[in-house]
Write a protein that binds this ligand. Structure first.
Ligand code: 1GP
Length: 230
């Protein structure tokens, strides 16, 4: 079984964005620890399955981040299940999850499911709009959400999400300090475009997530792997 506690780097690929075979091969053979299939916009069962089949040709974990019930499908190695800690819309905290339990509860393998406690720190990103996060958490808030995830709820993953913008390094560092000594794995995602940025964040986050850069600056994106691997 794959263990997120051993990861340092993942590429998050958006099923709604085209990627040619050559780049996909380079991404999958880059030495990254896993491919996460996920996005907020235009994600359908068809494009999820299409990307899954293409990633499956390579020997690394292929993971689905479940952003809606429509895209739930067997065939992935793991399923990351976001719960948004800093929204006040209950459907994004437990509502959709309860629906999923009703629909798929009997079919699920709990060993393949990993809950991610999301703190969405960029209110302009699509995930924030979708889930109703309108305020940017300040450093004190981020620390509190990290504590909530790591100390109180003891979630497997705390995900600090700056999607599309490079994060506040001070907040990242403080969240990492809070999570030290807990079982909660600290994922950071957002705006990593260069090896230098990956290295900076990788000093603090357990797992560095690189998304958009794959499509926008592929050569730089590929260099982020070596920048954070042990
Ligand atoms: C998005 O955290 C990921 O969910 C990665 O963010 O696309 O900005 O790299 P970027």
């Amino acid at each position: 079984m794959y263990d997120v506690r051993e990861w340092r780097h993942v590429f998050k690929l958006d099923p709604n964005k085209p990627i040619d075979d050559e780049l996909l091969e380079r991404v999958c053979e880059s030495g990254t620890d896993a491919i996460v299939v996920g996005g907020s916009d235009g994600v359908t069962l068809d494009n999820v399955l299409d990307l899954m089949v293409r990633v499956r040709r390579f020997p690394l974990p292929c993971v689905l981040e479940v952003s809606s019930l429509e895209i739930v499908t067997p065939g992935f190695d793991l399923y990351l299940i976001p719960t948004v800690l800093n929204t006040n819309r209950a459907e994004w905290i437990t509502g959709l999850h309860v629906e999923a339990m009703k629909e798929y509860g009997d079919l699920m393998d709990p060993g393949e499911l990993i809950v991610e406690g999301y703190c969405i720190a960029n209110p302009d990103c699509k995930a924030a709009k979708l889930t109703g996060v309108s305020e940017k958490p300040d450093t004190e808030d981020v620390i509190a959400y990290a504590r909530l995830a790591g100390h109180l709820w003891k979630l497997p993953v705390f995900y600090l999400e700056y999607s599309g913008t490079y994060g506040d390094v001070e907040a990242v560092q403080q969240a990492a300090d809070v999570l030290k000594g807990t079982e909660t794995v600290f994922f950071y995602g957002g705006g990593i475009q260069t090896a230098q940025q990956a290295k900076e964040i990788g000093q603090y986050a357990d797992v560095v997530v690189v998304g958009n850069a794959v499509y926008e600056k592929p050569e730089e994106a590929l260099k982020t792997v070596a920048a954070v691997q042990k």
